[in-house]
Design a protein around this ligand. Structure first.
Ligand SMILES: O=c1ccn([C@@H]2O[C@H](COP(=O)(O)OP(=O)(O)O[C@H]3O[C@H](CO)[C@H](O)[C@H](O)[C@H]3O)[C@@H](O)[C@H]2O)c(=O)[nH]1
Length: 468
């Protein structure tokens, strides 16, 4: 069986793409170091697609770890999302960015080469074009042949990988290489289960506006003296699900090439239409039905008036066009934000394993990360009782005063939450994934009581929790 490898598949764009790939019949394996993403996104991908997705926690700078993954599967193509992406941080810590993004990509290419896999789709960025106003003549919308000149280390790492890919192709024209230059990805999955998971204060416009709409942080508009309809800069905001589908289109393009034919080509992924900061802000206020206060600040260094894509190459050659609007992206982002009020996925440090003592609560996790059983009191929940044969993507994570087990059956995405009320007592609650903030405890708990004949919300706990 032939697989598609997705590096960074637990991240924002990667996770949405994995869903689209699986829905288009591809067998996906994910590698991710979870440095800026969450295992929870994988459990949700599995729920949304009703399929198991093999996951390997590997950092691309770990050559032997990566090599071991390639030993296990036969990959026909790699979709390479893994990388660091904060522009400001890249300026403060360029070595971190070059090491992670460039060395990581080179390791990946070396591993691919040694295993005979010569097909890759690379996540590049419109940031490689830099400030197009430096160039003479009409450069907006931006075509792929526009000269590149990134203005920050993050952009330099993207261009360095692009250049490496072009060199690899020049040396061996059997390679099939798609370089996708994203404009401004926004929004979330319409289910409310996948979205962006920013750590700390978000750098980008929409995650920041969403945070301010939910009552945290402050929003400054960086400059209202640009030459646009309302004085704010113009960007090409593209819905993350459209972007994900652009990857499927690129994969089909590579797969559809004649036997023995290689390619190395760049495609812009945007909508072809620009929006100003104030237009996006108004759209989000409509979607959330909230006022999002702002102050006007001076221009942000490095910002330019207009970055809008010419999307005709992707339309003609890949048969792909963005279909979703900024309004739709704002609706989806607001659903995601409301369901995840503390900003994205909640897990702190990946998986937690419980010891296998004779205690009242025991969670057994199998080699693939599956939950093999949950024992509550004398009841062992397994097999048909909780439909383990259709159990997807369990993730166990710490919460502020206990832990939660998140998984999905064929019909329901579920979170079991265990809250320690004292050293020996734990309160057990069942929620639907993404609905933890909703006051459904009583209702949901009654269902649990009935189904599993539990008579109380409080259970004795003897097991120790041991982190792995
Ligand atoms: O607090 C903020 C944040 C942003 N903006 C404005 O919102 C627009 C979008 O800013 P983002 O930071 O969201 O995105 P950028 O266009 O600066 O950059 C993004 O898109 C680029 C490609 O277009 C690169 O991919 C880059 O990595 C990515 O962060 C800009 O006009 C910016 O001035 C504000 O007014 N206030």
């Amino acid at each position: 069986m032939s697989f598609v490898l997705v590096t960074g598949g637990a991240g924002y764009i990667g996770s949405h793409t994995v869903v689209e790939l699986i829905q288009n019949g591809h067998q996906v394996v994910i590698v991710d170091n979870l440095s800026n993403s969450s295992y929870d996104s994988i459990s949700r991908i599995e729920y949304l697609t009703r399929s198991k997705v093999p996951f390997h926690k590997v950092d691309l700078t770990d050559y032997s770890g990566l090599d071991a993954v390639f030993d296990q599967y036969e990959f026909k193509t790699v979709l390479h999302f893994a990388g660091l992406k904060a522009v400001g941080e890249s300026a403060r810590n360029p070595l971190k960015y070059h090491n992670n993004n460039v060395i990581g990509s080179i390791n990946l290419l070396r591993t691919m080469q040694s295993h005979g896999c010569k097909s890759i789709i690379f996540s590049s960025s419109a940031t490689v074009y830099g400030d197009v106003t430096r160039l003479e003549g009409q450069r907006i919308p931006i075509v792929e042949t526009c000269p590149t000149q990134p203005t920050n280390p993050y952009g330099q790492t993207k261009l360095a990988v692009e250049n490496t890919l072009r060199d690899v192709f020049a040396a061996d024209q059997q390679w099939r290489i798609a370089i996708l230059r994203y404009f401004n990805p926004i929004g979330a999955h319409s289910s409310g289960l996948l979205g962006e998971n920013p750590h700390g204060v978000p750098d980008n416009l929409l995650p920041l506006i969403a945070q301010v709409a939910s009552g945290r942080g402050k929003f400054s508009v960086f400059g209202t003296d640009y030459d646009s309809v309302d004085g704010t800069p113009i960007r090409d905001y593209v819905h993350v699900v459209d972007l994900a589908q652009g990857h499927v289109a690129a994969l089909h393009h590579l797969d559809g090439l004649k036997e023995g034919t290689g390619i190395c080509r760049e495609w812009n992924l945007g909508t072809g239409t620009g929006s100003t900061v104030f237009e996006v802000h108004s759209s989000f206020e409509r979607a959330s039905n909230r006022k999002v206060p702002y102050t006007v600040a001076t221009r942000r260094p490095g910002d330019v008036l207009n970055l809008t894509a010419d999307v005709s190459r992707a339309a003609t050659e890949l048969g792909w066009r963005a279909r979703l609007t900024v309004d739709k992206a704002c609706d989806d982002l607001w659903l995601w934000t409301e369901r995840h009020p503390s900003s994205g996925y909640q897990n702190v440090d990946g998986r937690v394993r419980l010891s296998s003592a004779t205690g009242a609560i025991k969670v057994q996790i199998g080699a693939q990360g599956d939950i093999e059983s949950i024992t509550i009191g004398t009841q062992r929940l397994q097999g048909t009782r909780i439909q383990f044969k259709n159990l997807y993507g369990p993730a166990v994570r710490r919460t502020s005063n206990g832990f939660a087990v998140e998984y999905a059956t064929d019909t329901t995405p579920i979170v079991y939450q265990f809250e320690f009320q004292s050293e020996s007592r734990v309160c057990f609650t069942l929620y639907e994934i993404g609905a933890e903030s909703l006051p459904r405890f009583e209702q949901v708990f009654e269902a649990v009581s009935e189904k599993y004949a539990c008579s109380s919300s409080t259970f004795e706990i003897v097991d120790e929790m041991v982190e792995t």
